[in-house]
Ligand binder design. Structure first.
Ligand code: COA
Length: 328
């Protein structure tokens, strides 16, 4: 009998048409292309149209992934959306996506694990497929972060962008599929390191427009230090749990936050930057969407093919972190 595993059989992404360059940002805040590129590596970001919601971006990406998997929406039995910028508190963004792409027979829910959310979602999909309760799970990372940045705060508004990426997880033969993973969180870290209070219950009756409740605030230096130490660590953990070494890996696809974090991780792992896929110069930080968009872009650029062993690594607010090794 052929043994089975859970694996990715389709990839899709969607980026809104509008592009905001560093030169455009120079007209909004006191910044320069030189500062943004040298401190972060970012050159441009996509920005959602005013009439687009996160579920619209997610629906486009999910449909592409389902087509790529050569399935129909009716074949999907679970829809997972990882996001920190949902359409609204209720209903979930996942149910909005379900409606938009006509996934008729499925359960649907959101997960909030910031920039680690997509990899958290992959591990949920893996377990449901392996225990036989689900056949085809679509895992989506989708964000409209530009709607939640303070356009007067030059330290944060230059870093984020919008977009969505999605994969379909199904049964595959062993030798392929999702391998070892590592998930973590530390709620003891100060919330002010990275937060977006929005309309959450923590705010009580305070208007979201007051006290900067509806924008992302961040301690850049604290998050930078966290990223530099956690990224190589989680890559190693996923490799160990998959009985692989970094030499077995074609590509590492990290969360696209800052080129200096990725360069520091490469140094600590003792590998060249060519092991890492980077698209943050074009996409900026799209939180939960960054890893699936990067997978989509890497494949389109011919850097990722079926049969390749890769590692995904996400880290972000919470704090949270998540990594997984897989063979595409
Ligand atoms: C945000 C980040 C790029 C800032 O880089 P940094 O080297 O720490 O820069 P600093 O915050 O020390 O700021 C240095 C100077 O640049 C200024 N500065 C900040 N943003 C600027 C901008 N966009 N343009 C020009 N100058 C800027 C600061 O005001 C400061 O000036 P000062 O020395 O006169 O006070 C960096 O900390 C970072 O990337 N952190 C991680 C953020 C992240 O990835 N978050 C998401 C994780 S999921």
């Amino acid at each position: 009998m052929v043994k089975k595993n859970a694996g990715i059989i389709g990839i899709g992404a969607y980026l809104p048409d509008k592009i905001l360059t560093n030169a455009d940002l120079e007209k909004i805040v006191d910044t320069s292309d030189e500062w943004i590129v040298s401190r972060s590596g970012i050159r441009k970001r996509h920005v959602a149209d005013a009439n687009e919601a996160t579920s619209d971006l997610a629906a486009h990406a999910a449909l592409k992934a389902i087509q790529d998997a050569q399935l129909n929406p009716s074949d999907i039995d679970m829809v997972i959306v990882a996001t920190i910028t949902p359409d609204m508190m209720l209903p979930s963004t996942a149910t909005r996506v379900q409606r938009k792409i006509k996934v008729t027979n499925a359960c649907a829910f959101d997960i909030v694990a910031a920039c680690s959310g997509f990899v958290y979602g992959l591990t949920i999909a893996k377990n449901f497929i392996l225990n036989g309760t689900m056949k085809n799970v679509v895992v989506i990372g989708a964000e409209i972060l530009t709607r939640y940045v303070d356009w007067n705060d030059r330290t944060t508004c230059v870093l984020f962008g919008d977009g969505a990426g999605a994969v379909v997880v199904s049964t595959v033969n062993t030798g392929r599929g999702l391998l070892g993973f590592h998930l973590g969180a530390d709620g003891n870290t100060p919330m002010k390191w990275l937060m977006l209070p929005g309309s959450g219950s923590f705010n009580g009756s305070v208007s979201v427009a007051e006290n900067r409740k509806n924008v992302i605030t961040m301690d850049g230096k604290a998050i930078f230090k966290f990223g530099v130490s956690i990224l190589p660590d989680i890559i190693n953990r996923a490799l160990e749990r998959s009985h692989l070494t970094v030499n077995d890996i074609r590509l590492i696809i990290p969360h696209q936050a800052n080129i200096r974090i990725i360069e520091a991780a490469a140094k600590r792992l003792g590998v060249g930057m060519n092991k890492f896929y980077v698209n943050l110069d074009q996409r900026a930080n799209t939180s939960a969407a960054s890893i699936p968009i990067a997978m989509f872009d890497a494949r389109n650029e011919g850097k990722l093919q079926n049969g390749d062993a890769i590692v995904l690594g996400g880290f972000g607010g919470g704090l949270t972190w998540a990594s997984i090794a897989l063979v595409l």
